[in-house]
Design a protein around this ligand. Structure first.
Ligand code: ZN
Length: 402
């Protein structure tokens, strides 16, 4: 399978100029092509082909004085920019045909965009030098911070400048079957807890690290301060970069947390079941913030590719079952429970159930996993409790797993 590996880049002042030129030229070609296609669309003409655009907007344009500077950057970067436009159109058209969620038509790129990127394929003859530098055509040998080793030789590298002004090299790497881990037996269901990042069917509740929650809080404060600053002022620009850096740090820390947790879960379990949350549906509710903050879908994506990579199984179940309403012990559907009800007693079998763990067990069962449900049960009540007593307001929290 194909994976991305990202590393921080430290270009020199001269190389930064070269990269800025590459970003700029890629942007101009993208916008030129977008203009040609939109004009054709407006006039009811056939959709201009990528090959023709490449010839007209790259090869021929270089001979015109007002576009001569396109020759100063690698032609591959410009061709890849056209591919990006193709992908944007494909997504747009697929949305119109109902093959994926609807999205807007491709938009013009601006030098003020917070993320700038160029892509070099194998054709561009980029390389990693014997001195472990990244050699890019017409830019030079860039210093890379190799934070881990690449499992194989990458085919493509994308150079990105983010809103915090940092540079990254993102490599596409093919991983092989030699990475499959030995089989193991445990299987687990995961529920997106409301008070926790995740709750496992084996009874563990996992929180986001405290430093991440604190950093997110500080960031919200900084964001508010930024919105009070006058638009276009020098001071606002300074604050904007500071906020962008803080954003980048929080995003990095969150990704690291997701990586560690997903690797651990994939290592420990042969099969993992998660709910296929319609995050878009939730976005309309007040849960939205916590769902997005928790970055649940980014986490599930990691679980998915790591499962494929290491020979494990990830099962997504649809959100049809009301997992928090059904007793995981006997299957009795006990009706909706308000969010503040953390523990309830099954009206049929008398099991006392922790809301989140019970949901995680139900997720696992819906996926057909063989989980031991003991964790879901806090204790077994001797007599089924009357319906009016089913549910308590506050319960002591179980220890947090790290
Ligand atoms: Zn029951």
């Amino acid at each position: 399978m194909q994976l991305r590996y990202s590393f921080r880049l430290y270009p020199s002042a001269g190389q930064r100029i070269g990269l800025a030129r590459a970003f700029g030229c890629a942007r101009v070609v993208y916008n030129d092509a977008l203009r040609v296609r939109e004009t054709a669309r407006g006039e009811g003409l056939p959709f201009p082909k990528t090959g023709d655009l490449s010839k007209q907007l790259i090869t021929e344009a270089k001979s015109r004085p007002e576009r001569a500077w396109l020759g100063e950057v690698s032609a591959v970067v410009l061709q890849q920019s056209l591919r990006d436009l193709d992908a944007a159109y494909k997504n747009f058209f697929d949305g119109l045909k109902g093959r994926r969620p609807r999205m807007g038509a491709p938009r013009y790129k601006s030098r003020k965009d917070t993320r700038q990127a160029v892509r070099f394929t194998a054709n561009a003859r980029w390389s990693i030098t014997t001195g472990q530098k990244l050699r890019l055509p017409k830019i030079g040998d860039l210093k890379v911070k190799w934070s881990r080793s690449l499992p194989s030789t990458p085919s493509t590298v994308t150079v990105v400048k983010d809103s915090a002004g940092r540079y990254f090299a993102s490599f596409v790497v093919e991983t092989g079957p030699d990475e499959i881990w030995p089989q193991t037996t445990p299987e687990v269901g995961i529920d997106l807890g409301l008070g926790h990042f995740a709750v496992l069917s084996d009874g563990r509740k996992i929180d986001s690290p405290r430093f991440l929650r604190r950093a997110a809080k500080r960031l919200r404060k900084a964001q508010r301060a930024l919105s009070r600053k006058e638009k276009g002022s020098k001071n606002r620009d300074k604050v904007r970069i500071r906020v962008a850096r803080a954003h980048a740090r929080v995003a990095d820390a969150r990704r690291e947390f997701h990586h560690q947790l997903s690797t651990r879960l994939i290592r420990e379990n042969q099969a993992i079941a998660v709910e296929n949350l319609a995050v878009k549906g939730l976005a309309r509710t007040r849960l939205a913030k916590s769902v997005h903050d928790a970055g649940w879908s980014a986490f599930v994506t990691m679980l998915e590719y790591k499962a494929a990579r290491y020979g494990r199984t990830l099962i997504r179940i649809g959100r049809f079952e009301p997992t928090s309403q059904v007793c995981s012990q006997c299957g009795f559907k006990d009706g909706p429970k308000p969010l503040h009800v953390r523990v309830w007693t099954c009206g049929a079998c008398g099991a006392v159930l922790d809301r989140d763990i019970n949901a995680a067990v139900n997720v696992a069962k819906a996926a057909g996993l063989a989980v031991t449900a003991c964790g879901a049960q806090v204790r077994r009540a001797p007599v089924p409790a009357p319906r009016s007593e089913a549910g308590t307001h506050s319960t002591p929290q179980l220890p947090t797993a790290r």
